[in-house]
Design a protein around this ligand. Structure first.
Ligand SMILES: [Mg+2]
Length: 357
């Protein structure tokens, strides 16, 4: 048994270089909690939590409390060589803190890779070595959005994720403008973050020329699965569930009721890679596509999300841009962005991150 000798939970406030707006929220900063685990074999693993009350109901203070009161004591009793064992017990200890749970499991998995002297994705079973990623454009007036879009295309990105959901008419204008200006080589996906009423979503979808978008994420309220299902039934454009699916139980419910065409998997929602793998299995079995998404999070979390995605057969889409906006990340390495693709560092062990803490 590899013992956990010491665990630290370190709150890290990040400034965002640009900041952005989504339906219902404006972000200018992000608070992560880095979990640092020292083990009896002389190694140190890192994980990070990026709690988001509007997505998981878990504020940074809740995540920190869950770590200090429940999860760190559980880690100290756990075999560091058995992340799955920890992940099985963690939901009972901290049911409402998935981001905090994810951070702990992430540090243990980093350690598994370090001990095996391979990148984590080799432990999980590598299926591919890179994914094209979208880059997010917050809600803004159409002209500014187009300007930002052109900058990202010039930087090599070929998939843009447009935040929509506050005003469907403006959103249709923005999509049309970008679609005309950017040409066929650029894919557009949209995310309404629950902002539309069912009727507004219907008008937005009906207002788009065919082929404008690749998919629409979470048009309506997370809890209203029937509205999602009706939209997915009525329109050809794939509807992706994000806020409606946190863990595998939600994924099973979604699959059984055929509520959406695709799912956005995030480690901060699922509580870690083990549960994310279960969501991937459940959706794959039902022929439902999956994307790996993220919050505004350190390269530690982005690397973990990528290693998971590269090992999950049906995760063919990525939206892993959350680290690019941080003005002062505490980690380096972990992932590379090249030609609009996100790549792991396959010559480094574990998550491949260097953390300055
Ligand atoms: Mg989303």
């Amino acid at each position: 048994m590899i013992r956990v000798l010491r665990v630290e939970a370190i709150p890290v406030p990040f400034r965002l270089t640009e900041g952005y707006r989504i339906a219902g929220h404006t972000y200018t900063s992000a608070e992560n909690i880095v979990v640092k685990v020292d083990t009896s074999d002389g190694r140190t693993g890192f994980g990070c939590a990026a709690p988001a009350p509007e997505v998981t109901g878990e504020a940074p203070a809740d995540a920190l409390r869950a770590l200090l009161d429940q999860l760190i004591p559980l880690l100290r009793m756990s075999d560091a060589g058995d992340p799955a064992g920890f992940a099985r017990r963690a939901p009972e200890a901290a049911p409402a803190a998935p981001a905090a749970r994810a951070a702990c499991e992430m540090a243990l998995l980093d350690l598994v890779g370090l001990r095996a002297r391979v990148p984590l994705v080799r432990v999980l079973g590598i299926k591919r070595d890179r994914l094209p990623t979208s880059i997010t454009l917050g809600i803004d007036e159409p002209g500014s959005t187009l300007e930002r879009a052109k900058r990202q295309v010039a930087a090599g990105f070929r998939i843009l994720k447009l935040k929509v959901g506050e005003n469907w008419e403006e959103d249709v204008k923005t999509v049309r403008l970008l679609r005309q200006a950017l040409g066929a080589g650029v894919l557009l996906r949209a995310d309404a973050n629950q902002g539309y009423s069912e009727e507004a979503a219907r008008r937005f979808l009906a207002g788009l020329p065919p082929g404008s978008l690749e998919l629409l994420e979470q048009p309506t309220a997370a809890s209203d699965l029937q509205a999602l299902r009706r939209l997915a039934d009525e329109f050809e454009l794939p509807i992706m569930a994000d806020e409606s699916v946190l863990g595998a139980l939600d994924a099973r419910r979604l699959v059984e009721a055929r509520v959406a065409d695709m799912v956005n998997i995030k480690l901060m929602k699922s509580g870690g890679i083990g549960e994310a793998m279960e969501i991937a299995r459940v959706t794959q079995a039902a022929g439902i596509g999956a994307m790996i998404g993220c919050m505004d999070e350190s390269r530690i979390g982005i690397a973990a999300a990528l290693h998971f995605a590269l090992a999950a057969a049906n995760v063919e889409r990525a939206d892993l841009d959350g680290h690019l906006d941080l003005a002062d990340d505490v980690a380096s390495g972990g992932v590379l962005i090249a030609d609009g693709h996100v790549l792991p560092l396959l010559d480094r062990d574990g998550l491949g991150v260097s953390v300055n803490l």
